[in-house]
Design a protein around this ligand. Structure first.
Ligand SMILES: Nc1ncnc2c1ncn2[C@@H]1O[C@H](COP(=O)(O)OP(=O)(O)O)[C@@H](O)[C@H]1O
Ligand SMILES: N[C@@H](CC(=O)OP(=O)(O)O)C(=O)O
Length: 587
């Protein structure tokens, strides 16, 4: 900081709490009150004190250095509220509405270093102190950088940058020098906690580069910048003025009617089954797009694996799979040549699930049945019958009026230079809920996810796999933060009779593993390679979901670390040197 200031730059610093301070404050609150978080206003007031300690102490330390060296500047600390960070009134997960950083600008104009307490703001409506949610200091830093029109936002952490995997799990992970915004979004959303998801989203909206680097060394870290997405508009995505700086944005509704879908019906649910299916497909040079698989306890050791692919490749894929029927032990290959995909493209979709629910409900109201779902931070896609694509798209476009509408076609972009994947991320904080026996009619998924969204729960993976068997029933599975399981079950119980499904089954012993990279759009066989690595490590895949540039699988919690290492190795990401983790837990 001092060095940067001495180079003639204006410097604003956002600080987090020291060490385990935030966790200690939470423990303290729990000792005083049995249900501390119920006192939402006071809980937030308490938690913001950790950052206030850091900012004041840091300002003193810098001022001492300046005095000692006879330098002509000072450091001044500001709370989030003093820095003009205006939020909505949702305690514990407040969203930034606007920033009016006049006091910071005045301090800079007087030559001071401004130090701002991270992770906090003040509610526009109630004037109460709010917090942005755990890890929110990254978001404070990026938001301030945007508001102050800074050249770059540097995020200091306890590793040298963003690595190809968490260096705590994979010591031979490699540091990436540059990562595109969409790739970083997928990594952060998949558990790479080195950057807070919301901070990446914020930076992407405003095209502000982030430099992730170590607090303990002066090495260059990782720069997050640039877009790989040719479909989604990027740059200055602007939400409506009232909605605030983090409001979800729907930038486009896209559709593609050149797809086909194949379901491998009743495959044995055992290690290596999915790997074999995709090895066969990759072997005939076909690139798959969406993949879903969900093994539910109700299916007694059997699972369906469904994927979409270019229509021209269907016959070839079906033939190749049929030849391997005996080896693979599945019952049937069901090919549907005429399906299409409708996608909602935008920003902040996952952290504000209401938009996803709206999308499903618009399609349901048009009487169109959803056959497959895939979700990511920047895109939600559904597969529907080809002759209903147009209708589904029109309904969605009407619901999200004022948005750009695009027609995109499926295909490979041919830039072969991109690496297959940039990294592997993992997450141990999720649980899986399966709702079996949902009748396969328009509107059911919409009702379920609308209810979950109303409880303020962010859903992660969603898999709905319409079985080729004519049962008229489907299973819907999704993953969510483990802490929200109780709330979700209560919400589901309320609509169980109305929507009509069997008792939801919860599994908390799960871990999620994802591979991320723009390269998977150009390299066929990535899914096969991923699944083969898991099979070789003896890891059973329990659920699969994909986005354009990510493949995620759910595995047993006990298998997670092993699975991460095996995958990292299989994609040739291991480095000869061990990464340095500088200690400290940084909470
Ligand atoms: N792909 C990754 N690259 C770098 N670090 C990662 C990655 N995935 C997970 N991490 C973890 O993120 C940690 C840094 O995040 P965090 O502790 O939240 O930082 P801070 O407390 O400094 O904000 C690292 O110590 C590392 O274990
Ligand atoms: N202190 C807050 C905010 C924060 O950003 O923390 P960290 O930088 O340690 O992730 C928390 O623990 O959530």
């Amino acid at each position: 900081m001092v060095a940067t200031k001495e180079q003639g730059h204006d410097v604003v610093v956002a600080v987090s709490a020291m060490g385990d301070t935030t966790d200690e404050l939470i423990d303290l609150a729990n000792k005083v009150s049995p249900d501390a978080t119920a006192h939402a206003r006071e809980f937030d007031m308490l938690l913001t004190s950790g950052e206030r300690q850091s900012m004041a102490l840091l300002a003193m330390a810098i001022n001492d250095v300046a005095n000692e060296r006879g330098l002509a500047y000072e450091a001044r600390s500001f709370t989030g509220s003093q820095a003009g960070l205006i939020t909505d009134a949702q305690h514990g997960r407040a969203k930034i509405l606007s920033i009016t950083p006049e006091r910071i600008q005045a301090a800079l104009a007087e030559g001071a270093i401004a130090i701002v307490a991270g992770f906090q703001g003040v509610s526009k409506e109630t004037k109460d102190i709010t917090t942005l949610g755990r890890g929110g200091t990254d978001t404070t830093a990026v938001a301030l950088a945007v508001a102050l029109d800074a050249d770059v936002c540097e995020i200091y952490t306890d590793v040298d940058g963003v690595f190809t995997a968490d260096p705590r799990i994979v010591p031979t992970a490699r540091k990436l020098s540059v990562v595109a915004f969409e790739e970083m979004l997928e990594l952060a959303a998949s558990g790479a906690k080195v950057l807070h998801l919301r901070s990446v989203e914020f930076a992407r909206r405003h095209s502000l580069p982030i430099h992730v680097r170590s607090s303990f060394s002066t090495l260059n870290g990782t720069v997050v910048k640039g877009s790989i997405d040719t479909v989604s508009p990027h740059g200055d995505l602007q939400p409506g003025e009232e909605a605030g700086m983090e409001a979800p944005i729907v930038a486009a509704i896209a559709y593609d009617s050149s797809q086909a879908k194949i379901t491998v019906v009743n495959a044995p649910d055992q290690v290596g089954a999915a790997a074999k299916v995709f090895e066969i497909i990759a072997g005939v040079g076909i690139n798959v797009d969406m993949v879903v698989q969900d093994s539910s306890a109700a299916r007694a050791g059997r699972t369906d694996i469904t994927f979409t692919l270019p229509r021209n490749d269907v016959e070839r894929a079906k033939k190749a799979l049929d030849l391997a029927r005996a080896e693979l032990g599945f019952e049937d290959v069901d090919a549907k040549e005429m399906v299409g995909k409708v996608s909602l493209i935008g920003a902040g979709l996952r952290t504000q699930p209401k938009k996803i629910a709206d999308f499903f409900s618009a399609i349901a109201q048009a009487g169109v049945n959803i056959q497959m779902i895939s979700t990511s931070e920047v895109r939600v896609s559904v597969v529907v019958d080809d002759d209903e694509v147009q209708r589904a798209w029109e309904a969605a476009a009407a619901r999200f009026s004022d948005v750009a509408v695009e027609k995109v076609s499926y295909g490979l972009d041919t830039n072969g230079d991109t690496p297959e994947i940039v990294g592997v991320a993992h997450d141990r904080g999720e649980a899986k809920i399966t709702i079996a026996g949902v009748s396969d009619e328009p509107g059911k998924a919409a009702r379920i996810f609308d209810t979950i969204a109303d409880s303020g729960i962010n859903i992660d993976m969603i898999v709905q796999n319409v079985s080729a068997k004519e049962t008229g029933r489907t299973d819907i599975s999704f993953t969510l933060p483990r802490a929200d399981v109780k709330k979700a079950r209560a919400a589901l119980a309320d609509i169980q009779a109305e929507v009509d499904f069997s008792d939801p089954v919860t599994d908390e012993q799960v871990g999620k593993l994802s591979i991320v990279g723009a390269g998977m759009r150009t390299h066929p066989g990535i899914t096969a390679k991923f699944f083969a690595a898991l099979a070789a490590a003896g890891v059973l895949i329990r659920m699969v979901s994909t986005s354009e540039i990510r493949v995620s699988v759910l595995v047993s919690a006990d298998d997670l670390d092993r699975a991460v290492r095996a995958t990292h190795r299989a994609f040739g990401l291991d480095s000869d040197e061990e990464a340095i983790v500088y200690g400290g837990t940084g909470r």
